[in-house]
Design a protein. Structure first.
Ligand code: G3I
Ligand code: 9MR
Ligand code: ZN
Length: 570
């Protein structure tokens, strides 16, 4: 297939780009309405050029003028593209699936046939967790499995929760769909409602009942996370077995002893940041719970402040699961300080922001580089120091200019400067898209820059949904060509991909045997294989789904369809 474009669809008002690969095809292209078979738009292909990331000759086309909802395909010479839709609702299903996947990743409770289909399973990982290096056992059930493995890790959980709440804050209506959640057994109690009543009172139980499903689902992760905190405020890094289980085991089949890894400052700082945004969202909804969450976050923050010499988490002897090794946890500390300052107004947090602002603005919204979360929560606060905020914005703009600029030079609009793709590259692209849209929210950013960021944001979504050199829409169950064999244990066991999962994507480091065998010698951007054994290119995670969810939600919110609607159909 040599016509590459977003296979999920386009919003009426946003830009629409397509990439043609190879020399011969044609100079022109047509957009064909599937219903009538008629061309609705005749376009010209841009000059051919050698594309850096993929090493192929490419041409680009633009059909932004086509705005009318419907189903279409593109014709160039005798080549036909996958069909795609235009409509205001094109992202509704995928967004739902991106969230529902989290529900399906639930650990510690039964998922029945009705809610999970073939992915139904009895409660898993219900045993007590043995605290590493001690005889102590603690109760740490709940939360979502992180990825293709069944570990539960605090650091990536923080990004997951934050992204969802940022999306929810931006457009609560868009995320207030029903997930048909039943009031299921919750952490050993009869129901989630009962859990809330028991811990926070009857009023809170009622409040819980009226939460939108997405906020109920999120609580499942948040309350697990709260169990990962030690009495003194420190936070355990993760709970996993000693090693990953076999690739075709269902969750309840992994029955080895659960081990709670040692505490880390990365975990504590992420935890503090998460509890602050949880507080901000749940305060009007479940105030008793929200205050508890904030207090827990503050305690974790204090722990970090009292232990500034920690060198960062590494897997202790005998533990071989995901490490989320991040020797620099100070950017997480900055993030926590920024949002705690915002929600409490306490200048002790701002003092930490001031101390770290020069050195800890690490570039990104990743699980590892979190400096821009710190920056965003600070600059959005009306009580922020003007000079510091200005510096932070400049740093984010420089980054965004660099990557959005690179995107304009790439045949697929990819926001990559080096065209060196690493493990989870798709999430890096999604994170950049998310940042572009967030910068568009800031009044301090000039309109001219916003125009570029908006375009670049759309291109990142397009890239992930099919406009890339591999031709894959990287979300399972969506698009014409999507991963069928993700490195995801339940999917491997069933030989059927769970839908709504964003895979890691190209990784030129060839970090697993399957990648070495199949991808050696390929151009960086093409180092992807839809094989269940390729965990470095084809795994999935909860925190790769969420920046894409944010990006698509933001795009839908911003689409200029309304003004278009007035102009053409009114
Ligand atoms: O930071 C360096 C960078 O300086 C260098 O240029 C580049 C060259 O390859 O590598 C960068 O490091 C990479 C690092 O991620 C950056 O975040 C490593 O190569 C890469 O191996 C590492 O990948 C991580 C992977 O675990 C292996 O540790 C992924 O980010 C992380 O998402 C992934 O997480 C796993 C969990 O451990 C277990 N659960 C599944 C999950 C997803 O695969
Ligand atoms: O399934 C594991 C995946 O979640 C991890 O990201 C990956 C890297 O840590 O490891 C996978 O597990 C493999 C292990 O590392 C090596 N033996 C084979 C395992 C399953 O493919
Ligand atoms: Zn489990």
């Amino acid at each position: 297939m040599d016509i590459l474009l977003n296979q999920v669809g386009f919003l009426p008002g946003t830009g629409k780009a397509v990439t043609f690969r190879g020399k011969a095809m044609a100079d022109a292209f047509s957009v064909i309405d599937e219903e009538t078979g008629m061309s609705v738009y005749e376009g010209k292909q841009d000059e051919a050029f050698e594309n850096r990331g993929t090493g192929e000759e490419c041409r680009m086309g633009d059909f932004s003028e086509v705005k009318k909802p419907g189903s279409y395909y593109i014709l160039a010479g005798s080549e036909q593209s996958p069909s795609f839709r235009i409509g205001t609702d094109v992202f509704d299903n995928i967004n739902y699936d991106l969230i529902y996947m989290l529900h399906l990743q639930r650990c510690g409770c039964e998922l029945d046939q009705k809610e999970a289909g073939d992915f139904a399973h009895p409660a898993c990982h219900t045993g007590m967790g043995l605290v590493y290096g001690t005889e102590e056992k603690i109760e740490v059930t709940g939360g979502w499995h992180d990825a293709g493995d069944y570990g539960r890790y605090v650091v990536p959980a923080a990004k997951t929760i934050t992204d969802i709440l940022l999306a929810y804050e931006m457009d609560p209506k868009a995320l207030s769909f029903s997930m048909d959640l039943k009031d299921e057994p919750f952490f050993g109690m009869t129901s989630a409602g009962a859990f809330c009543r028991e811990n926070y009172g009857e009023e809170e139980e009622k409040q819980w009942e009226s939460l939108p499903d997405v906020l109920k689902e999120l609580l499942y992760e948040v309350i697990w996370m709260m169990k990962m905190q030690r009495q003194d405020g420190a936070v355990y890094h993760k709970v996993t077995c000693a090693s990953f289980c076999e690739i075709d085991e269902f969750p309840e089949e992994e029955t080895e002893q659960l081990i709670v890894s040692p505490v880390s400052n990365a975990a504590a700082a992420c935890y503090a940041a998460t509890m602050a945004i949880v507080y901000r969202n749940y305060l009007p909804l479940m105030p008793a719970f929200a205050k508890d969450a904030l207090a827990a976050g503050q305690k974790a923050f204090d722990y970090v402040c009292a232990h500034p010499d920690e060198i960062g988490f590494t897997n202790p002897e005998g533990i071989h699961t995901g490490e989320y090794r991040d020797p620099n946890w100070k950017d997480e500390w900055l993030w926590a300080a920024s949002i705690l300052f915002e929600v409490t107004g306490d200048t002790k947090y701002e003092d930490v922001v001031k101390e770290l602002a020069d050195t800890q603005l690490t570039e990104g919204l990743g699980w590892e580089e979190t400096g821009f979360y710190g920056a965003l929560f600070y600059v959005m606060n009306k009580n922020a120091d003007g000079d510091i905020a200005k510096k932070m914005i400049r740093k984010m703009e420089d980054y965004a200019d660099r990557y959005a600029g690179a995107a304009t030079q790439d045949a697929y609009g990819t926001a990559s400067v080096s065209h060196h793709y690493i493990w989870g590259s798709n999430s890096i692209i999604a994170n950049r898209g998310m940042l572009f849209t967030l910068l568009c929210e800031l009044p301090q950013v000039e309109q001219e820059k916003k125009n570029l960021y908006q375009k670049a944001a759309v291109w990142q979504a397009d890239y992930l949904l099919g406009r890339n050199g591999t031709g894959y829409c990287f979300v399972t169950g969506h698009g014409t060509l999507c991963p069928e064999h993700p490195h995801h244990r339940p999917s491997v066991k069933l030989q059927k991909a769970m839908k709504g999962m964003l895979v890691g994507g190209p990784d030129d480091g060839l970090q697993d045997e399957c990648a070495v065998e199949n991808l050696t010698g390929k151009a960086s951007a093409l180092c992807y294989i839809d094989d269940e054994m390729s965990y470095s290119t084809n795994e999935i995670t909860i925190y790769w789904n969420t920046p894409l969810l944010y990006l698509l939600t933001a795009m839908k919110k911003k689409d200029s369809f309304k003004s278009f609607l007035k102009g053409i159909y009114a």
